[in-house]
Each structure stands twice: as structure tokens, then as C-alpha cells.
Design a protein around this ligand. Structure first.
Ligand code: PEP
Ligand code: MG
Length: 576
């Protein structure tokens, strides 16, 4: 009889895994309440400190072992855990508890964990709520050391489906090193970090499968279908055959995509396109290269400003940008100036707007930079200096008014004068472009095009502002629709305006990397697409299958009927 367990599927470019279950005992540590003698309190505190030091050493070792082309999220999670080991609220407070109540270290830690989880549970933001996973991972690790209950992962994980209550970032790294086929966890939701890591590592997973470790046996064969979010055990031969065929089809599709790595992005009727990568960390460059990016269409620079109390200075930024430019070895890069504020907040950099005042519409991105030139100028100088080392374009985020572009250009001119007087080299003709991500800017795109060297459409924000939905608010996610007639008109208007004025236009929001949307965008006249590196090959395949001239005619007639048709009809009319 087939047993089907359901959870939340995390599809990547692979959706099926078939393999024998490798059970990883990663459940919470069983802690019993124990009182220590008054004379042993000092020793108990030493025990706790030694365990924290050991946990730190283990995490540093895991971080050291991160292979170079690993998605940045893994290191970020491990860094977050290392920071937590330094957290007074957790460990110093646990020591206080040992002193005050003479309880054992592991028990004190458990009490602190429970108190902090109550705080996390009260948070409204789902993402922050799931951060209690981090707390549990850190506390579990220290408790396991204290109680000498550390468990080694089975050595033979190749081709197996890993089953665990929950997985730590270090476990997930191990998964990739040892070639697991997929994984199933009892805990976690779509934004839990197990899910984020599965996505970025390209390992199919089903998370949040309640009591999975009670139903599935170590060693039995299971099928994991991450599109449907199910795990099947006890499959009969025809069912297994069905999934094996799907797996095979996915494998040959992935192999075919890989062969496209060096192929040009030319449509079936000979139209050249440029497929570029969005990067956030220098580590993303390897992924961009592996997936055949012909440029970096969006380098988000915010990461340099995060997890620190002071913004980085000109020199630090220059070195960071120059290293990326040099690593690209002649491939063009578009460096976006600081887009802080809204969901990207930073300690030590005031963004002026209290969180409660709708930060997405507040003092963010170019608004913040123009208000605080002492924050902006060092970045402008650093980007200019990096432009001496390879083809660099500078891009301004969240423009609403043309004067913001003009004022930025004046500041850039000013920085150029400064550099000239210091005899510092830079590219005198470095292109300066702007993001079209506010509806007002899309409506006025022609004016922006006349004052800038290129435009890039940021659909993530353009959709948020056009449809009045906060992009990080799960409650209104269902309204997030790239195919809303208003959004499509704004995109089309921007592309057409850039074409009329004769400046290049790209798209760097998530929509650009979705193969379902690419024919529509090609038909509107878009030729430059920038996306997460993992989407590049599938996007290239789509471009190569399209007949752009034909799409142009079909899209024109669709645009005339936008109010009469459903969004799915737009895609259906362009498919095939
Ligand atoms: C966008 O808004 O589409 C975009 C690319 O910028 P970000 O996602 O960084 O806001
Ligand atoms: Mg944006």
C-alpha cells in the first residue's frame, strides 16, 4: 500500500527525488532539570562557556569548508549562528540563571530558549518568526555538546533522501558535498531557512511534513515530489516507473540546458539578446559565470552595509567593487547605488523613517542617498574608481522625479572633479542609468531616457507600487501579479520610450528570469534581461525557441485587448 505524506514542496529546477531514506537524528535534545551543588556553580558556568567555545569552533570549521561556488545564504546563516553565540540575551542570561537558581547549564539554556521563543512567536512578521529556527539550532548544538549527544551524519548519503526533524545550515552543506537526492523535514515553512537553502542549492525538498520520522523507516525507498509537496512510501512498480520517467526527463532537460552554457542567446529568427546575472555577493560571480552570463545587469551593493555599525568608507567599497570588476575580466557590470530602507535596513545607517511609517514608500534608496550626501559620495567615488578596471555602469535605484536623476548626475560630476584633482583614474564616460520601478517613473520614462544613459525596469518594486501591495507582506501575496494590465502597460511604455529616445533598456526584476514571461517581454521589444544566475540557462533556452518578429505582432494585438482578457490568456496566446 502506498503511503502519502504531505508538506510544503520546495521545487528547484529538479522536482523529483527517488532514493532510500537516510534518517538524520536531529531532534531537540532531551534536557532534564538538574540542580548543582552551591560549590559547583563556578564549574557549571565553565562547562557552559567551554561548550559555547566548542560550538563556535564547529561553526567556524563548517564555514571554512564552504566550497567557493556555494550560494551566499549558507555562509549568512552560519554567520548568524556565530553572532548568536555572542548574544548576551542568551548565554550571559543563562549564566545568570545558573548562578541564581543553581540549575544545570543545559537547563538554564533551555529556559532562556523558551523565553526567547515566546518573543519570536509574538512577532507578526512570518520571516522573523521563522528565525526561531536559528535559535533552536544554536541552542541544540550547545546542548548536544554539554550532554555529549552529538550525532554524526551517516557516511553514505549519495543518492539518498535525507529525513530529519530539521536541518542546520551545516547539515545542508553536507548534503551537497555528499550528493543527496532530496530531503524531507518535519519542521519549516516556505520561508524557513531549510527551504531557502534547498532552493539555492537546487536540491528538491518537502518541508513541514509533520511526524515524518515516525512514519518513514531508515532505508526504505521513497519518492519525493516537490511540485505537489508529497512524499510517497511503499510505491508499487507502475507508480515508481512513472516517477523514474519524470526524473529521467528532468535529468535530460538539465543536461540539455547545461549544453547551452556557451551558446549565444539568439532567437529562432536571429534576434540577439543579452542575458545577464543579478548578483549580491562576490561569491555569486562563479554561479553567474557557470551559467553563461554575458554581464552583470544588477549588482546590489547593500550587503556591504549590513551587519555593521558604521557604513563602509570609500576605500573599502573601492576594493570590493574593483575585485568584482577584475574578476569579471572585461565582462560589463552594472553597479547599483545603495538601495537601503524599506526591507533592507541596516544598523548604524539611519534611514530616517520609523518602521511603522510604511518604509517601502519612505526615505529609501536614491531618496536617502540624496538626503545624506556624506553617505552617497564615498560610494560614487568608489564606483568611479572601480570603473578604471573594466566596463562599469552606475545605476540609480527608485527614481521618481527627473530632478533626482539630474541631482545624482551633478553629484557624480562633482566626484569626478574631486578624483581628477587627486589624479585618481576612472572612466570619464562611465554610463549612468536609472531603475524604473515607481509607476510615476514608468509613465515619465521618456523624460528619464533623455537624461540617462540606460534604463532598467525593476519589476519587483514596480509591481508592488502599481498594485499597492507590500512585497514582503504574505497576507497580500495573492495580489502580486506581473500580468496585471496596468503593470504590462507600464512595462511596455518604458520599453517603447527607451526605444524612441534610443537608449538601452533592460529588466532586472524577478519577472525577467521567468521563462513564462520572456516571450511576452521579447514581443514588447525587450532584449536585455538580468536575473538570478540559476535562471539563466532556462531563459536562454526560451529565447532560442522564440520567433521574435512573430511575437511582436501577437503582443501588439494583445496589448490592445488587455482589459478584456485574463492574465493566463496573455501567456496562453504566446505559448508555442
Ligand atoms: C526590483 O525592484 O525589481 C529590483 C530588481 O530591485 P530590488 O529587488 O533590489 O528592490
Ligand atoms: Mg527595487
Amino acid at each position: 500500500m502506498t503511503l502519502a505524506l504531505t508538506g510544503i514542496g520546495i521545487p528547484t529546477n529538479r522536482t523529483v527525488a527517488i532514493g532510500s531514506v537516510a534518517l538524520l537524528q536531529r531532534g531537540p535534545v532531551q534536557v532534564v532539570q538538574r540542580v548543582v551543588a552551591a560549590g559547583d556553580v563556578g564549574r557549571e558556568i565553565d562547562r557552559l562557556r567551554t561548550a559555547v567555545t566548542e560550538a563556535g569552533a564547529q561553526l567556524l570549521e563548517a564555514r571554512r569548508r564552504i566550497p567557493p561556488n556555494t550560494p551566499a545564504e549558507i555562509a549568512e546563516f552560519i554567520d548568524a549562528h556565530l553572532l548568536m553565540l555572542d548574544d548576551r540575551m542568551l548565554f550571559a542570561a543563562a549564566e545568570d540563571l545558573v548562578r541564581a537558581e543553581r540549575c544545570a547549564a543545559e537547563w538554564a539554556l533551555q529556559s532562556r530558549r523558551d523565553a526567547l521563543v515566546r518573543v519570536f512567536d509574538a512577532m507578526e512578521d512570518e520571516y522573523l518568526r521563522t528565525r526561531k529556527d536559528d535559535l533552536d539550532h544554536v541552542v541544540n548544538r550547545v546542548q548536544q555538546i554539554l550532554l555529549q549527544q552529538e550525532q554524526e551524519a551517516p557516511a553514505d548519503l549519495q543518492g539518498r533522501v535525507v529525513l530529519a526533524s530539521d536541518l542546520t545550515p551545516a547539515d545542508t552543506l553536507l548534503m551537497r558535498e555528499r550528493g543527496v537526492a532530496g530531503f524531507v523535514t518535519e519542521f519549516g515553512g516556505p520561508t524557513s531557512h531549510t527551504a531557502i537553502l534547498a532552493r539555492s542549492l537546487g536540491i528538491p525538498a518537502v518541508v513541514g511534513v509533520r511526524r515524518a520520522t515516525s512514519y518513514l523507516r531508515h532505508g526504505e525507498t521513497v519518492v519525493l515530489d516537490s511540485t505537489a509537496g508529497v512524499v510517497l512510501a511503499g510505491c508499487d512498480a507502475p507508480l515508481l516507473e512513472h516517477f523514474r520517467a519524470r526524473l529521467e526527463a528532468e535529468r535530460s532537460h538539465a543536461a540539455a540546458l547545461l549544453r547551452l552554457r556557451h551558446a549565444p542567446a539568439i532567437s529562432a529568427d536571429g534576434q540577439h539578446c543579452w542575458l545577464m546575472a543579478n548578483i549580491e555577493l562576490p561569491e555569486d560571480l562563479a554561479l553567474a559565470r557557470d551559467n553563461g552570463a554575458v554581464g552583470v545587469g544588477l549588482y546590489r551593493t547593500e550587503f556591504l552595509y549590513m551587519n555593521r555599525s558604521e557604513p563602509p568608507g570609500e576605500e573599502e567599497q573601492f576594493v570590493a567593487y574593483r575585485n568584482v570588476v577584475q574578476a569579471l575580466d572585461g565582462i560589463p557590470i552594472t553597479i547599483r547605488t545603495l538601495d537601503l530602507g524599506a526591507d533592507k535596513t541596516v544598523d548604524g545607517c539611519s534611514t530616517g523613517t520609523p518602521a511603522a511609517c510604511n518604509p517601502a514608500m519612505g526615505l529609501r534608496a536614491i531618496r536617502l542617498c540624496l538626503k545624506e550626501p556624506e553617505l552617497f559620495r564615498p560610494q560614487l567615488r568608489a564606483i568611479l574608481r572601480a570603473s578604471a578596471y573594466g566596463p562599469v555602469r552606475l545605476m540609480l535605484p527608485m527614481l521618481t522625479n527627473v530632478w533626482e536623476a539630474l541631482k545624482s548626475r551633478a553629484l557624480i560630476e562633482d566626484c569626478m572633479r574631486e578624483l581628477r584633482s587627486r589624479n585618481v583614474p576612472f572612466d570619464e564616460s562611465m554610463p549612468v542609468g536609472g531603475m524604473i520601478e515607481v509607476p510615476a517613473a514608468a509613465l515619465a520614462a521618456e523624460t528619464f531616457a533623455r537624461h540617462l544613459d540606460f534604463l532598467s525596469i525593476g519589476t519587483n518594486d514596480l509591481i508592488q507600487y502599481t498594485l499597492a501591495i507590500d512585497r514582503i507582506d504574505d497576507a497580500v501575496n495573492y495580489l502580486y501579479d506581473p500580468l496585471h494590465p496596468a503593470v504590462l502597460r507600464l512595462i511596455h511604455r518604458t520599453i517603447a520610450a527607451a526605444e524612441r529616445v534610443g537608449v538601452p533598456v533592460a529588466m532586472c526584476g524577478e519577472m525577467a528570469g521567468d521563462p513564462r514571461h520572456i516571450p511576452l517581454l521579447l514581443g514588447m521589444g525587450l532584449r536585455e534581461f538580468s536575473m538570478q544566475p540559476g535562471f539563466l540557462l532556462a531563459a536562454k533556452q526560451t529565447v532560442r525557441e522564440c520567433r521574435v518578429a512573430e511575437l511582436g505582432g501577437r503582443v501588439r494585438s494583445l496589448l490592445e485587448r488587455l482589459d478584456e482578457i485574463e492574465p493566463e490568456e496573455v501567456l496562453a496566446a504566446l505559448a508555442g
